[in-house]
Ligand binder design. Structure first.
Ligand code: ADP
Ligand code: ASP
Ligand code: MG
Length: 451
């Protein structure tokens, strides 16, 4: 059995976490008799810090940015020194060089007071470059044959900086050339997640949380038997543990269910992770790196009809609702096309849509181009807009089979003002749009009712 193993930030946060990672990789290799490919995130919190550094540069705060970067460098030096032995000097040299370049880049950005999406990618990528260097060295020093592979030379993307899309054909070729032979030779390739490069060589990133996606892309190219996402919870839970205390682990679910949950806020999986897995029908397993013997959550094409009525609930905050009321007749032909063309033109995805005879309501969570969208819609409709809303999404294959589940969900929320309610044709989910401030209460009510 061949696998890709992705370790998130908390699973590489410090020397103890990296030690656990080494044990997990070694056990996997012994059990399977073949080398896994390993994909790692930046050390916990590092990407957030790098985002903050970029903001400081934008504000021209050279000294503060530089202080943050030196603190980050110190942290990496401490971790690398503690976890490596034979390759310590070489690893520290790599880390030092990356930070030296980064400090130079940030200094230049701070002088210009301008951080373009392309520069931001160059800054953020350093987190994954140095973490993957450290993990590759640590594995090798602990007698697990491992080789660092520069993910930017493998994962080829378009040039949509900060949210790049992979070029699968090109990436497949590069994986075959640069990664597959390492695995075939019994050595563990270690790659940074989240990062890639556009055709012109510029560093790109796949969007926050994108290491899961990288792992799935590499896994699909390598045609592995399983894509493993190692994180800090026991699997996909019935609800976000930061909102609902003590949710349960869902042992199995379908690709479709996992996609919906990831899309609607289950942070444990980047929303695009499932796509490459579906394309090659590769199971995805979510596992806890602190409790490696737990079975985790297995995500497959069929899933397993869950014992419980719903599979899980997820929520997404900071959503904006836009109400578009036709000044003429809503269903006049061409109206919906015109309406959605506006969102398309401004590259803004719409999540939930509901209609009445005279109006259409949609939700968006990317508000970067909101003003332009509203202006354009006003050319042919009356437009209203409400911020600080949220989406709650209840997911389960059983929703298709048992019509009563829908009404029980609505009843569970009876005292909470619901702005929109929708159930799409797949009938695998119900989405509720409500005020952000009502989310905790609503999530608890649904969780109590169904789990
Ligand atoms: P990593 O750094 O390993 O990628 P993330 O922080 O991105 O980890 O994702 C794991 C976190 O996702 C968990 O700690 C948990 O707080 C959050 N989370 C939100 N919804 C869910 C859910 N339904 N199941 C599991 N975890 C969830
Ligand atoms: N380090 C990146 C982030 O924090 C990617 C990831 O962890 O998946 O967004
Ligand atoms: Mg993540």
């Amino acid at each position: 059995m061949t696998v890709v193993m992705k370790f998130g930030g908390t699973s590489v946060a410090d020397p103890d976490a990296i030690n656990r990672l080494i044990g997990i990789v070694r056990q996997q290799q012994t059990r399977n008799g073949s080398a896994p490919a390993v994909v790692v995130s930046a050390l916990a919190g590092v990407t957030d810090k790098l985002v903050a550094v970029a903001r400081l540069a934008e504000d021209g705060e050279v000294d503060k940015a530089s202080a943050e970067l030196h603190a980050l460098l110190d942290r990496h030096v401490r971790v690398a020194s503690a976890i490596t032995s034979d390759s310590r000097a070489a690893t520290l040299a790599h880390v030092g060089r990356e930070f030296e370049e980064l400090i130079g880049l940030v200094h230049a950005l701070a002088v210009l007071r301008e951080v373009s999406p392309r520069s931001l990618d160059a800054v953020l990528a350093v987190g994954e470059i140095v973490s993957s260097r450290i993990v590759a060295a640590a594995l090798a020093d602990h007698r697990v044959a491992a080789e660092w592979v520069d993910a930017r030379k493998v994962l080829t993307t378009d040039a949509e900086h900060n949210a790049a899309a992979p070029n699968i054909v090109e990436t497949d070729d590069r994986v075959r050339e640069r990664v597959a032979p390492i695995v075939a030779g019994g050595t563990v390739p270690v790659l940074g997640g989240f990062i890639g490069a556009a055709a012109n060589g510029a560093t790109t990133t796949l969007g926050r949380g994108g290491s899961d996606y990288s792992a799935a892309i590499f896994g699909a190219s390598l045609e592995v038997d399983e894509i493993q996402i190692w994180t800090d919870v026991d699997g996909m839970l019935t609800a976000d543990p930061r909102i609902v205390p003590q949710p349960h682990v869902v042992p199995q679910m379908s690709f479709a269910e996992a996609s919906e949950l990831a899309y609607f806020g289950a942070k444990v999986l980047h929303p695009s992770t499932i796509l490459p897995a579906v394309a090659k029908n590769i199971p995805v397993r979510i596992l806890n790196s602190r409790r490696p013997d737990n079975p985790g959550t297995l995500i497959t094409a069929d899933g397993r009809p869950p014992g419980s009525e719903l599979t899980a609930i997820a929520c997404k905050r900071d959503v904006t609702v836009i109400d578009i009321t036709s000044t003429r007749m809503l269903m006049a032909h061409g109206f919906l096309r015109r309406l959605f063309e506006v969102f398309e033109r401004f590259k803004t995805p719409v999540d939930v849509v509901t209609t009445s005879e005279v109006s259409v309501s949609v939700t968006v969570d990317d508000t970067r181009r909101l003003e332009a969208i509203l202006d354009n819609l006003r050319n042919f409709a009356e437009v209203g807009c409400e911020t600080e809303m949220a989406i709650i999404c209840a997911v389960g294959e059983n929703l298709r089979l048992d019509a009563a589940l829908f009404s029980r969900a609505v009843t569970a929320l009876e005292r909470i003002p619901l702005r929109l309610v929708s159930q799409a044709a797949s009938r695998r989910n119900i989405t509720f749009v409500l005020r952000s401030s009502d989310v905790p209460h609503a999530m608890m009510r649904l969780h109590e009712t169904f789990f």
